[in-house]
Design a protein around this ligand. Structure first.
Ligand code: ACO
Length: 347
């Protein structure tokens, strides 16, 4: 039985930064309100020539480099996104083509939970032996579906992409586990009403600003504080892990108050919790892989570490995962066969 681990990761965020002060100039808000209610100070926004696929491609190339793999090694690409370049073709196919990967490619849409859902699929494929290396990406251009005149949503989100390569890890000590959940009855709480088959785009839908995110913030907040703690406990039970076994806890970065409340409920020590929402805002499906990358850069992840992550979002959906970190340096060392050179003794 193979055990899936995360072998490498990469990220990309656009160059342009929009600060809370910038937003004060655009809508009736304040740095104090945004910081105290959400923890966000600034976010990145795509340039006109960028898109969800262009960010995904850069993050993916970086993840491949970090994993010490080439495109020919990748068997499957899964892109989690709620802001694909097109309704179809899938953004994953654009990534696959641009990088020259030979293999399957599909998008997965589960709101901000897409990355953890996608990781669960990659993990199952690798653990079953069906695939060796699966590229999992979370990429979002949320600025393109934000109503920049609506202060209740435009201050919350940011753009960016994160990618990981999932491969079997010879050093794993437990089987990766995932808990996936959904409650479609809450779907309207976080929704992009128009542009789908239920309400095709028309002059009226554009005039009514129905192609932008609509969110019942307090409802989503109550839902999130409940499921983040519950899903985390469930995945720990499923994996046979205790709180002390968590080396790093990476929650979806939507709101520091949601994270704080969940962390308190579950009892995870603060120094194990990774938070970077202040610099990126809520990047939806990209938030967890971006956080993974930054945790790695800060030396907070080493081979064999147990990563517990939890996501939640539109659908409504939620998911938690427990998986080990396997860095490519150690993996390569393990994979290179030992060469014994027999040197003849001169007579
Ligand atoms: N600046 C100043 N005031 C504001 C702003 C703003 N940007 N936005 C709202 N307000 C006002 C409201 O109008 C309201 O004023 P009123 O009392 O005069 O009516 C007041 O602030 C309080 O509004 P609430 O919505 O009750 O504020 P709350 O404390 O709930 O915080 C927030 C709002 C931050 C949106 C919170 O509800 C939240 O974080 N919810 C979860 C959102 C989330 O995580 N969404 C992502 C899910 S993942 C995905 O799939 C996309």
């Amino acid at each position: 039985m193979n055990r899936a681990t995360i072998r490498g990761c990469g990220m990309y965020v656009p160059e342009r930064v929009v600060t809370n002060q910038d937003l004060e100039e655009m809508v009736d808000t304040s740095d104090e309100w945004i910081t105290s209610r959400t923890g966000i100070k600034e976010r990145h926004v795509v340039a006109p020539d960028e898109s969800t696929s262009s960010m995904a491609i850069t993050a993916s190339q970086r993840a491949l480099d970090d994993a010490g793999l080439e495109t020919k090694d990748i068997d499957l690409v899964i892109v989690g996104t709620a802001t694909p370049d097109y309704q179809f073709p899938a953004t994953a196919c654009l990534v696959q083509d641009s990088l020259g990967i030979e293999g399957g490619a599909f998008d997965l849409e589960a709101g901000c939970t897409s990355f953890v859902y996608a990781l669960s699929i990659a993990s199952a494929y690798v653990s079953s032996g069906m695939y060796r290396n699966v590229l999992v990406v979370g990429s979002e251009s949320l600025s393109r579906i934000l109503d920049w005149t609506d202060r209740s949503t435009c201050v919350l989100f940011g753009d960016g992409a994160g990618a990981v390569v999932v491969s079997a890890g010879p050093y794993s000590t437990f089987d990766p586990q995932f808990v996936l959940g959904s409650d479609g009855s809450g779907g309207k709480a976080l929704c992009l009403p128009a542009g789908g088959s239920a309400m095709p785009a028309s002059t009226e839908t554009i005039g009514d600003r129905l192609h932008f995110i609509r969110m019942a913030g307090p409802e989503v907040f109550r839902f999130a504080t409940r499921v983040v703690g519950d899903a985390t406990r469930q995945v720990l039970d499923k994996a046979g892990l205790e709180i002390e076994d968590i080396d790093i806890f990476i929650p979806h970065q939507a709101n520091t108050r949601i994270i704080d409340s969940a962390v308190r409920r579950v009892g995870i020590p603060e120094d194990r919790v990774f938070i970077n929402i202040d610099r990126y805002g809520n990047t939806s499906s990209a938030s967890i892989p971006i956080a993974l990358y930054e945790a790695r850069q800060q030396g907070k992840l080493k081979r064999g570490d147990t990563v517990v992550m939890v996501g939640f979002g539109a659908g409504l959906t939620w998911a938690a995962g427990a998986i080990q970190w396997g860095t490519h340096v150690e993996l390569q060392r393990q994979e290179v066969p030992v060469q014994i050179e027999v040197v003849g003794v001169p007579v």
